[in-house]
Design a protein around this ligand. Structure first.
Ligand code: VG1
Ligand code: CO
Length: 543
């Protein structure tokens, strides 16, 4: 087997976004496109000769082809060993765990998360470092710089590896180990949660549904819920993963997880419902006719961590992304813990966890997780909730309502305007920036504005600074309107507007969030001039 050195020319659009490089499959299929990105990554990550690389993806269209290319390139570039999930499958949190457990040098995770899959849809790739977490900005910037000057890549001339067969194979001088995709991850979950208590709950007539949305969590959920925890067959819906995710949009929210939502808001609804996304790092939690916002979910998990095996010893601190509601801050305060506010994207939590400053982290975008891995983790959150339910023996709604009574309720919503013209999107944010100097002290949405700024973050561990992470309008009463552009899309721009207002009075906790936030929603439209700029009169998705 010989190594080929192939000459290539740079592409100018390989800048990783919030979570790696995401493009249409057709773009990734262009000659040398994937190869350029992989070689650029290998060129900047340091000396990995003889070391281990983890490779796996969410199973979407082009996953298998991409993995065969990556394996041959890893061999040609001098890795000693690659661990790859059977069939090319590893959920994002499972990949993070495999990297950590095996002290790998890093990993390549192939996913476009919740974006639709198929020949005309999306694909993605990201590099995770040895702590199991997404490469920090310094590394992704170096990768991008390299993609702009690359002139050749290395690849081994060899046959394909049988990805469906668990076992060890030789690829030139490198070993490829095809591993069970679920086993190690399932064992990790068993070590964190009280499986016998959850088993007993499920055996006692407590009904639940988990929607895998035809994506990567199918095999994980089937093994854990219906296998290890003895839930009845059929508990896992849409558990057969397919390359196009059943033609759906595997985003666990009230809009896209409609199969599950219909059941949870129907007659004879089960007590508990949950869903995860394409790559298994997001989660949505539902009770019988009840939706738990991701921001509230983080706060509830933190407040109940003492009831859960893996966290009983205490949690070090909490971190949330800036647009996530401040519900968790109140819990942290009451527990005497530090609470950190980071830019959007899981990569910003890594340093805080590595440094022992935080245990739990969360994002409003249906992401929660802990220091058991360095990614957000959908099934982990579901099991955490199940463990709490097994201990507290109350409904999901009762647990959340009690939480609001104790801490107050942070009404919260995100409005997304998807696929809008990029310059109109930037203009909408600029409109708010232009008004920033005059807004403080004025009345907006029946409240007094205190500050307007562009969110910047200084990492307390390594001192790195990340600017322009969202335009914020902050009010004296703690309410907030935040404008941000998505960094994960593959066509046009997406404007996200995050709205939050705090209500301490328990007699006002049963409003619909859209009603409670109506004035804020109106004000957000006014100061950004969004409707006129985009020609849209309503958001594409409301979460
Ligand atoms: C979105 C979410 C962000 C999340 C990111 C990756 O990013 O808002 O909170 O970390 O997706 O999640 P953006 O830039 O589009 O707002 V996943 O599940 O796609 O890996
Ligand atoms: Co995801």
């Amino acid at each position: 087997m010989s190594v080929s050195i192939v000459s290539t020319r740079p592409f100018d659009d390989q800048k990783p976004g919030t979570s790696g490089l995401r493009k249409k499959v057709k773009v990734f299929q262009r000659l040398n496109y994937l190869e350029n990105f992989v070689q650029s990554t290998f060129d900047v990550i340091g000396d990995f000769a003889g070391q281990t690389l983890v490779v796996g993806g969410d199973g979407r269209y082009f996953n298998r082809e991409a993995i065969q290319i990556i394996l041959k390139m890893a061999a040609a570039n001098g890795f000693g060993r690659v661990l790859v999930g059977q069939g090319g499958i590893l959920s994002t949190p499972a990949a993070s765990h495999i990297i950590r457990k095996n002290k790998a040098f890093g990993g390549l995770i192939l996913s476009a998360s919740h974006n639709p899959a198929g020949p005309d849809e999306d694909f993605g790739i990201k590099y995770n470092i040895s702590n199991g977490g997404p490469a920090p900005e310094g590394v992704t910037e170096a990768m991008f710089a390299r993609t702009l000057e690359i002139s050749e890549y290395k690849i081994l001339q060899a046959g394909n590896i049988p990805l469906d067969t668990v076992g060890t194979f030789q690829l030139g001088e490198m070993q490829v180990e095809v591993i069970d995709s679920v086993h190690d991850y399932a064992e990790l979950m068993k070590s964190l949660f009280d499986f016998p208590a959850i088993r007993e709950l499920l055996a006692g007539g407590f009904a639940m549904k988990f929607d895998a949305m035809h994506a990567v969590t199918g095999p994980y959920a089937l093994r854990i819920f219906e296998g290890m925890l003895g839930a009845p067959l059929g508990t896992v819906m849409n558990g057969a993963a397919s390359e196009d995710f059943g033609g759906g949009h595997p985003d666990p929210n009230l809009t896209y997880a409609h199969d599950l939502v219909d059941i949870m808001y129907g007659e004879y609804a089960p007590e508990f419902g949950a869903a995860s996304d394409g790559d298994g790092d997001r989660n949505m939690i539902l009770g019988n006719h009840f939706f738990v916002t991701p921001s509230d979910s983080l706060a509830v998990l933190a407040a109940n961590a003492d009831k859960v095996k893996g966290y009983r010893g205490g949690i070090a601190g909490i971190a949330r992304s800036m647009p996530t509601s401040a519900a968790a801050d109140r819990v942290a305060e009451s527990m005497g813990l530090d609470c950190y506010e980071t830019p959007t994207g899981w990569k910003f939590f890594g340093n805080l966890m590595d440094d022992g400053r935080v245990t739990l982290c969360g994002e409003e975008s249906f992401g929660t997780g802990s220091n058991h891995v360095r990614e957000k983790d959908g099934l982990w959150a579901v099991l955490f909730w199940l463990n709490i339910l097994a201990v507290r023996k109350q409904s999901v709604a009762a647990i959340v309502q009690e939480h609001w009574k104790r801490f107050g309720r942070n009404y919260y919503s995100r409005h997304d305007y998807e696929g809008v013209d990029s310059s109109a999107a930037s203009r909408a944010l600029q409109n708010v920036r232009d008004k920033s100097p005059e807004l403080p002290g004025t009345q907006l949405a029946g409240r007094t504005v205190s500050t307007c700024d562009d969110f910047a973050y200084t990492d307390p561990v390594d001192g790195s600074v990340s600017r322009n992470q969202g335009v914020r309008v902050l009010f004296e009463d703690g309410s907030r309107i935040i404008f941000r552009l998505s960094g994960t899309g593959t066509s046009g721009a997406t404007i996200r507007i995050y709205l939050e207002s705090y209500e301490a009075d328990a007699s006002k906790h049963d409003l619909d969030a859209q009603d409670a936030l109506a004035e804020m929603i109106h004000a957000a439209g006014e100061i950004s001039g969004l409707r006129k700029l985009t020609g849209r009169d309503a958001p594409t998705v409301i979460t």
